[in-house]
Design a protein around this ligand. Structure first.
Ligand code: GDP
Ligand code: GDP
Length: 455
């Protein structure tokens, strides 16, 4: 097709080279100062040609494309997350949660010279529960004299510690071989890809926002489906509920119905449950309690849903309690804290009175439609051509990077690959993403934009 001088065959070739499908994701987690960033740089070998920018709700995160022994994968650097806001333990836990919910394998970095700390063992518990493959990196083993330090890390129960010096490169090759063994060839097809059967919804939110009340309300007023659909497997913790003319599966409801109170680490378990529910779901309904200010915990749960790549609906619950004053502040909190997910359909509900329950289904349908939508390559490139002409990238160092062409590499959620003649600044990438949304919609779905720089 004649698209702004793009040659269809060339696009196909580039796409094949880029690997049109998603790459397996490796997350690097560990305490501050154990050497995560050093290790990530070592893995990339300074080949930082590709930078992916996925704005989260509360932070930006960057993933890089890496290659080892001919296999390509993405490395996510979790260093420096929110340490100021959350404190060290919480930020390390957030990394682990992220790894659990979105990575295909994890490199857990421990400072072998310092040995395992309490924070390390807390993360180990999370990682082991998750069942995700973990490669244990015993870092800062710079020479034979510190080799013995690595063996102490067997005590973590994560299998063989790989002695590594991220700084000098010692041992990193052997560790990367172990990483390749741990990584799937391609990310496992999510449940979402196994189509047919009811749509799967995760009802999530921090404790006491009204999850159990909402579930009871929707299940109570509508018919609860007891019969199994032919060909669908039903997990006892999932609930089939008919809403409108469709049957929906609310996944992982056991933790919602039965309130488990754990004295210690209750937050950890709540997060794990959220991650597990997201893993099984196609769409998330995140409940926010309007009686309280929007909290870091709320935005983190939304981030988890966005990072997991799920369709998203935000339900503001307990609307029956709202007075004028609280409503005023709520709208300001939403503008301030949730501006990055303003694409998510919003419903103002009351699980107590049943207010606006009927709006839940249309919101979910909108979000799922956006999640599955596809922009034809021709249309996308016509749009990109105009965009580049009207809003060129700023000139940097005498050069002007240009988007050459793009394609939608996948759906659920929509994923785009842009090919560019040079490095695109984060601000420009965000601008492109914003314009993509303005042009094509994508209500209720995160979108992922990655950039490949052609050498
Ligand atoms: P992060 O906070 O986990 O990302 O840690 P950094 O990568 O920033 O490293 C923290 C410090 O440890 C830096 O001063 C690094 O130079 C140092 N470091 C990282 N890896 C090694 C290593 O293998 N050996 C030694 N001796 N120092 C290291
Ligand atoms: P969960 O921990 O998220 O499952 O929350 P629950 O469903 O147990 O609800 C926590 C508390 O909020 C209970 O006391 C509910 O009665 C109350 N609640 C839930 N939804 C509403 C609502 O829409 N309006 C009001 N006023 N209270 C609600």
């Amino acid at each position: 097709a004649e698209e702004e001088g793009f040659d269809a065959e060339e696009v196909d070739g580039e796409l094949a080279a880029a690997g049109a499908g998603p790459l397996p994701v490796l997350a690097v987690v560990g305490r501050p100062n154990v050497g995560k960033s050093t290790l990530v740089n070592r893995i990339l070998g300074r080949r930082e040609a590709v930078v992916e920018d996925r704005p989260g709700v509360t932070r930006d995160r960057v993933s890089y494309e890496a290659e080892w022994a001919g296999r390509r994968f993405k490395v996510v650097d979790t260093g420096g997350w929110e340490q100021d806001v959350l404190g060290i333990d919480a930020s390390v836990a957030a990394q682990a949660e992220f790894a659990i919910s979105t990575a295909d394998a994890v490199v857990f970095v421990v400072d072998a010279v310092v040995g395992p700390t309490d924070t390390d063992t807390a993360v180990v518990r999370l990682l082991r529960k998750s069942g995700k493959p973990v490669v244990l990196c015993a870092n800062k083993v710079d020479g034979p004299s510190t080799e013995a330090d690595a063996t102490y890390l067997w005590s973590l129960g994560l299998g063989e510690p790989h002695p590594v010096s991220a700084l000098h490169g010692r041992g990193t090759g052997d560790m990367l071989d172990a990483v390749l063994e741990a990584l799937p060839d391609a990310p496992p097809e999510t449940f979402a890809a196994v189509t047919g059967g009811p749509r799967r919804i995760a009802l999530i939110g921090r404790p006491n926002v009204g999850k159990s009340s909402l579930l009871n309300k929707v299940a109570g007023e509508e018919r609860v489906v007891v019969n199994e659909e032919a060909g669908t497997t039903r997990d006892p913790v999932d609930e089939l509920i008919q809403l409108g003319d469709r049957i929906w599966k609310f996944v992982d409801t056991a933790g919602i119905r039965r309130r488990v109170h754990l004295q210690e680490g209750a937050d950890y378990y709540a997060s794990l449950r959220t991650a597990a529910a997201l893993e099984k779901a196609e769409a998330a309904v995140v409940l926010i309690d309007v009686t309280e200010p929007i909290s870091v915990q709320d935005t983190r749960i939304i981030s988890m849903a966005v990072d997991a790549g799920r369709a998203l609906v935000i339900a503001y619950n307990k609307w029956d309690t709202l007075d004028e004053e609280r409503r005023f502040y709520l709208e300001r909190e939403i503008e301030r804290d949730l501006v990055q997910v303003q694409w998510a359909p919003r419903v103002n509900v009351s699980a107590r009175t049943g207010r606006h329950m009927e709006k839940l289904v249309p919101a979910l349908e909108t979000a799922l439609a956006g999640w599955e939508s596809r922009v034809p390559t021709g249309k996308l490139n016509a749009f990109l051509g105009e965009l580049v002409a009207s809003h060129p990238h700023p000139i940097r160092g005498g050069k002007q990077p240009r988007i050459l062409f793009g394609t939608q590499a996948g759906t659920r959620p929509p994923r785009f690959v842009l090919f560019a003649s040079g490095f695109l600044e984060a601000g420009y990438r965000r601008f492109v993403e914003r314009r993509l949304r303005e042009e094509f919609g994508f209500a209720g779905t995160p979108i992922q934009v990655s950039v490949r720089v052609r050498e």
